[in-house]
Design a protein around this ligand. Structure first.
Ligand code: FES
Length: 285
């Protein structure tokens, strides 16, 4: 983890109020893993605006570049979106714990709600590089909010649901999951908390529905591993990347705490990626 200036190389609006920016940031490109994030100091230096946590969207290790995908959600991100190529933006990272993919996993299911696609996009690249098959299930309110397929590698199977039925399957992204739960060796999700809670409930009943565990062995059996460890996440069928407001992003302020089954968890330090069974979910609406 280092704090350095990244140079803005390219910036464009890819959806209404959502921006994709490419930065030259060799120290991030070299070490980042899918699921990690950066803490970005926005160009408002009044001292009133905190840094913004933004998922690392993609990485080009050869060019030493990363992309960030964010939504304008206040003054800080509005100023960030106004940046021009050549601007310097201080970034702290890479931060947080990454997704952990079981080496035996062949079929990777990514599940994203809205801007949550930024949390799993990097994992699509990592998975394809490792020779895995990738399906991305994406949910949005309406067609105008759907993540452009042109921003995905051709090898990714892309399935869309919209709540108003204007594109893809009518309904929520969670409605798409049952058709893929037998195919997927592991699933990785990012999006609003109610969506993640609904997915956790689906995942909890999956093994009973399918009758047998995938990958030729029963998950959760064998030598016990501590909850919260990389090994525990690797064994989990569903990993979730939690979105939370952050202050310090380094574990000091407790501004990002969520409740786990064994007590409070800091999203910035113990997360943002968790095994679904680590979290004490509220009942899905
Ligand atoms: S943001 Fe300060 S502890 Fe996580």
């Amino acid at each position: 983890m280092r704090l350095l200036d990244a140079e803005l190389v390219e910036t464009r609006e890819i959806l209404p109020r959502q921006w994709l920016q490419r930065y030259r940031a060799p120290w991030l490109a070299a070490g980042a893993r899918a699921g990690q994030f950066v803490h970005v100091r926005t160009p408002d230096y009044s001292g009133l605006v905190l840094r913004r946590p933004i998922s690392i969207n993609t990485v080009d290790r050869v060019a030493g570049e990363i992309t960030l995908h964010f939504r304008i959600a206040g003054k800080g991100t509005e100023l960030l979106a106004r940046g021009r190529p050549g601007d310097s933006v201080p970034m702290l990272g890479p931060l947080g714990r990454p997704f952990e993919v079981d080496p035996r996993t062949h079929h990777v299911l990514l599940i994203a709600g809205g801007l949550g696609v930024a949390g799993v996009r990097f994992l699509a690249d990592e998975s394809l590089e490792a020779g895995r098959q990738v399906t991305l299930l994406f949910g949005a309110a309406t067609a105008g909010d759907v993540y452009p397929s042109t921003l995905l590698p051709d090898e990714v199977e892309y399935v869309v649901a919209t709540e108003d039925g204007s594109l893809g399957q009518p309904g929520r992204v969670t409605d798409l999951v049952p058709a893929y739960e037998a195919w997927a060796d592991q699933a990785f999700a990012c999006g609003p908390s109610p969506m993640l809670a609904a997915l956790a409930a689906l995942a909890a009943g999956r093994q009973a529905r399918l009758g047998v565990a995938r990958l030729g062995r029963k998950r959760g059996t064998g030598r016990p591993v501590p909850l919260g460890s990389p090994q525990a996440r690797r064994r989990s069928w569903l990993q979730v990347s939690m979105e939370q407001h952050m202050g310090c992003a380094v574990g000091a302020c407790l501004g990002c705490v969520v409740w786990g089954v064994e007590g409070p968890l800091r999203v910035c330090r113990e997360g943002p990626v968790f095994a679904a069974e680590e979290i004490a979910w509220e009942e899905p609406a």
